[in-house]
Design a protein around this ligand. Structure first.
Ligand code: ADP
Ligand code: MG
Length: 314
């Protein structure tokens, strides 16, 4: 099998027709039509073996996670994901690996009605770069820079589960299967899209850890923040007998892919109603302040600066 047969067999077959796609896989470039009155949002993620996933994972899971992580960036902007490209680098042409990988890719894309429209296939160390293209109504994308003093800080679900799973995986703990889903199958919070559009002043997805990601909102918005320790939702399986360690996982552990967003106080009542209507739970964990930097108010009411220790590649 050569490169073109590989593309035909494993990737072109995923391609579904859609009125928005003028040209999909097979030409020098894909061509899509953005509906009138919309902006195009574009985001790229690279996943490298032994950095973002382990090469011994099921290739289905690798593809699944790569797609979901990429979609999470659209969720954070309150955008609707539409088209994806995939640049795949493979050490060898292993058809059983590619079969599982393309199954995972197809299943993940189908779940969110996203179309694979192109990519590139090369030989080298196992890695993949996915680029998602999404749409939102003109000027309606939610950015990191809109948080204002007094806004509440909200998170969309419990935290620390993925970091705990990784910790168990690395130390070969038999508990790992209990949290495997948190690490391998993150759920991009696209279900919050309309709620964010209506109420959020800023948003980010929690990929590097809550503290580091709130810090990004604060820097972009030129504000600071205080978090309330006893309001931070921690996954129930995260170090239940060591509350301090559990808090550290929730604040600094990456890979949860929940959303953190800010909401002006006058929207809070309507936000709560809309969440209840849609059967969703989000948690208010703190407040935006004028003073720069991040602070944590402990359960005892003591306020301390919060050191930020998110994941950094360099
Ligand atoms: P070119 O030589 O013009 O760069 P390629 O031979 O790399 O084109 O790719 C041929 C077609 O297959 C293009 O439409 C490209 O977008 C698509 N393609 C290549 N690799 C992938 C992949 N891994 N997933 C999806 N589409 C791919
Ligand atoms: Mg070409």
């Amino acid at each position: 099998m050569n490169e073109f047969q590989l593309i035909d067999r494993y990737f072109k077959s995923i391609h579904l027709s859609d009125p928005s796609i003028i040209l999909g896989i097979g030409d020098d470039a894909a061509c899509v039509r953005v509906p009138p009155g919309h902006d195009l949002l574009i985001s790229t993620d690279t996943l490298i073996a032994d950095v973002h996933f382990s090469a011994d994972w099921d290739p289905f899971d690798i593809a699944w996670k790569a797609v979901m992580v990429n979609l999470s960036d659209m969720a954070a902007m309150a955008a609707l994901p539409r088209w994806m490209t995939l640049a795949l680098t493979l050490p060898t042409l292993d058809s059983s690996w590619l079969e599982r990988f393309s199954q995972g890719l197809q299943a993940a894309l189908a779940q969110h009605k996203v179309h694979l429209i192109g990519g590139d296939t090369t030989r080298g160390t196992l890695s993949m770069t996915l680029t998602i293209h999404g749409i939102c109504l003109t000027n309606q994308a939610i950015t990191r820079s809109g948080a204002a003093v007094g806004d509440g800080i909200w998170v969309s679900g419990d935290l620390g589960g993925a970091a705990q799973a990784l910790d168990w995986y690395r130390s070969n703990k038999q508990d790992f299967p209990l949290l495997k889903n948190k690490l391998h199958f993150p759920r991009p919070r696209l279900d919050l899209r309309t709620i964010l559009q209506e109420f959020a002043s800023a948003a980010i997805d929690i990929s590097d850890g809550l503290a580091a990601d709130i810090q990004h909102i604060c820097e972009s918005s030129q504000v600071g923040a205080i978090l309330w320790e006893d309001h931070i939702p921690i996954h129930s399986l995260v170090c239940p007998s060591h509350p301090e360690k559990a808090l550290a996982f929730a604040l600094n552990g990456g890979d949860d892919y929940e959303l953190c967003f800010t909401v002006a106080n006058h929207h809070e009542y309507n936000l709560q109603n809309r969440l209840a209507e849609q059967g969703l739970s989000c948690y208010k964990i703190g407040e935006i302040e004028a003073q720069s930097g991040l602070r944590l108010r402990s359960t005892q009411g003591k306020v301390d600066n919060l050191p930020v220790k998110g994941y950094l590649h360099f």
